[in-house]
Design a protein around this ligand. Structure first.
Ligand code: ATP
Length: 274
């Protein structure tokens, strides 16, 4: 079962072009992570100290998991997703072993990206003293301190909705030392995200994505995805009884109707936390 906890995926599906907006974040990840894999020899020669890990933080549904998968794809690296809430469910002592195992396997099958999702859960105390949480964190620190990203071809990406609770010791230089806020999209970014979503669906000629973007203030990428799914379903219901129509597309009005039903999931109060 430790083996199951440490499974490796070859991610083919998510590419940079599948992510709308976030251009600055993509550039930063290109230079700080992807170059570790693409230009390892030059970095070693020049003595450039690469980062071991990047923390992506921000509200849910803004594309953190998508970014991590795309970094793996664009680096031609394996992708090793680790759900921290799953990990801490292990028997006492097993979680620490699982962390050691994850790093061992990642190094064996390098190049590899380890993705620690919901990192804040590592601080969820299973006993009142928080002792078990502390043991897990110190195991993670041990592994991070022993890692050499360039030589071993392993980089850590971590994601959290709640950066406040992450222990400062994990975020120091030489550990998860790059921190990037993944913001909800701007109106222009919402247009890009809607275009990406539209690539795999069929929008009618009358679709005006700029107008949709202006009507979806505070929507995240995940909210926009849910919105277009709703619109597609409404379109399906419209077309269901009309077999004579062969071009079954999602119309602008379908999206306007869907906006009445699918609201943004992150409140302004929540956004102010970041
Ligand atoms: P969580 O914190 O809840 O894990 P997350 O930030 O990791 O959220 P993702 O799982 O990456 O969010 O995004 C959820 C879904 O929303 C994606 O699978 C994708 O369909 C859509 N999505 C989010 N952001 C974008 C984006 N920038 N471009 C295109 N699609 C997006």
């Amino acid at each position: 079962s430790l083996q199951e906890k440490a499974s490796v995926e070859k991610v083919e599906s998510v590419k940079w072009s599948d992510i709308g907006g976030l251009d600055d974040v993509k550039k930063m990840l290109e230079e700080s992570v992807i170059w570790i894999y693409k230009h390892a020899d030059a970095l070693q020669r020049l003595g450039i100290k690469a980062t071991k890990g990047v923390l992506l933080y921000g509200p849910p549904g803004t594309g953190k998991t998508l970014l991590a998968k795309a970094v793996a794809t664009e680096s031609s690296a394996h992708f090793m997703p680790v759900s921290i809430p799953e990990l801490i469910k292990c028997e006492v002592g097993e979680s620490e072993k699982a962390i050691a195992n994850i790093f061992r396997i990642a190094i064996q099958c390098s190049p590899c990206i380890i993705f620690l999702d919901e990192l804040e859960a590592i601080f969820g105390n299973r006993d009142s003293s928080g002792f078990l949480g502390k043991k897990l964190v110190s195991q993670l620190l041990l592994e991070l301190d022993g890692l050499n990203a360039v030589d071993q071809g392993v980089v850590i990406l971590a994601a959290t909705n709640n950066p406040e609770v992450i222990d400062a010791s994990l975020l120091r230089p030489g550990r998860l030392d790059k921190h990037v806020y993944i913001k909800p999209p701007t109106p222009e970014e919402r247009v890009s995200i809607l275009k990406v979503i539209g690539n795999r669906m069929n929008f009618a000629q009358d679709m005006n994505l700029e107008e949709i973007a202006l009507k979806t203030e505070h929507y995240t990428g995940a909210d926009l995805k849910a919105l277009i799914q709703k619109a597609a379903f409404l379109a399906f219901k419209r077309y269901r009884h009309n077999k004579s129509i062969t071009e079954k597309n999602i119309c602008h009005d379908d999206v306007l109707e869907a906006i009445e039903q699918i609201k943004c999931s992150v409140s302004i109060d929540q956004l102010e936390q970041y």
